[in-house]
Design a protein around this ligand. Sequence first.
Ligand code: ADP
Length: 399
Amino acid sequence: MSASSVLVINSGSSSIKYQLVDPETGDAIAKGIVERIGDAMGLIKHVHGDAVTEEEIPVPDHTVGMREVLRLFDTEGPTLAEAGIVAVGHRIVQGGRYFDGPALITDEVRDLIEQLCPLAPLHNPAHLKGIDVARKLMPDVPHVAVFDTAFFQGLPDKSALYALESETAEKYSVRRYGAHGTSHQFVSQEVSRMLGRTDLKQIVMHLGNGASVSAVKGGRPIDTSMGLTPLEGLMMGTRTGDIDPAAVFHLQRVAGMSVDEVDTLFNKKSGFKGMTGESDMRSVRAMIRNDDDPVAQKRARTAMDVYVNRLLKYVGSYTAELGGLDAITFTAGIGENDAEIRRELAEALAPFGVKIDGEANKVHSGDPRVISTPDSSVTLIVFPTNEELAIARQALTFA
Ligand code: ADP
């Protein structure tokens, strides 16, 4: 363990995820989650080395949740003093137009995060709860906000703006903010380093439960698929991704759905979940393999075709925007683990000289790796994302 560590906190509406990171080695010294905050019974899990502590106790609010986290560090280790904690990094979903990088949390910064709540009504209020209680309980270290949108504040207007009537767009802050920016920035920088080139034209595919793709040229973002909210872009576990906005009017007029019902339908009941009944990629793969249920099998295969076709469309349009393409990198749960997705996409790109190395693609590993052949027109890479490490490193700059 090196001398210093950073506590990374991701405070959600009913959960607090945390990780104590060694920013030099990238190791997670300890990590855990407090879940079901506000329910009759909360669930806490703390992992330190091989020791796993699980407790079911009432966690009525974030203050109690955070106190429990600090108690577990004290009793199960490592104590934060022992670990040499030098900063706390808070993951914040929406930084709006205010933040194009990490920010030391002062009362002013806290107020700006609060002002942005209408743009992220589920996330920013929950982050504020985490910030307030953590600042109170750990007043002696700098608290740093790291925004999911910051990297994409560098987008050019031509990809950040919608062709919406300007006055309305400005008045109500309707534009592309993107999301997963910490991951896209981290992975694109690491890939540049890995390939030893600063002038790369690259596409990063962050394929998790939520999924987004970005185009990065010479280290700067050119475009990204998530928009005003994380709904836009790729098909996801439970989200539609791109859909004609007129589908909203249609469902309101014809099906009599309310705004909230359409919101829930598009964000929580669509994507793989809506098309197959399962949101998890592993379950969808299992349905495709299961010859005993041909109806479900066909549904799952169709959903997968829609998923891959959407990826393909983005590769095409981003290659045109980038003026060429050097590398495609796959990251997050699906990108790192699902060799079939990578193979299917690469095969669809074969007419453009993309060649995947079948054996390298099948390797299961937590290591960054090239999975294309040496003569492929585009280098295909798997690079595990590490948002906690990226947040810890950014927080460290204020320590
Ligand atoms: P998030 O952080 O958005 O919740 P993750 O990055 O953890 O998501 O990714 C979750 C997704 O990764 C799920 O769809 C899960 O099925 C998929 N996944 C994880 N492991 C595998 C695997 N071995 N094969 C295929 N998909 C996987």
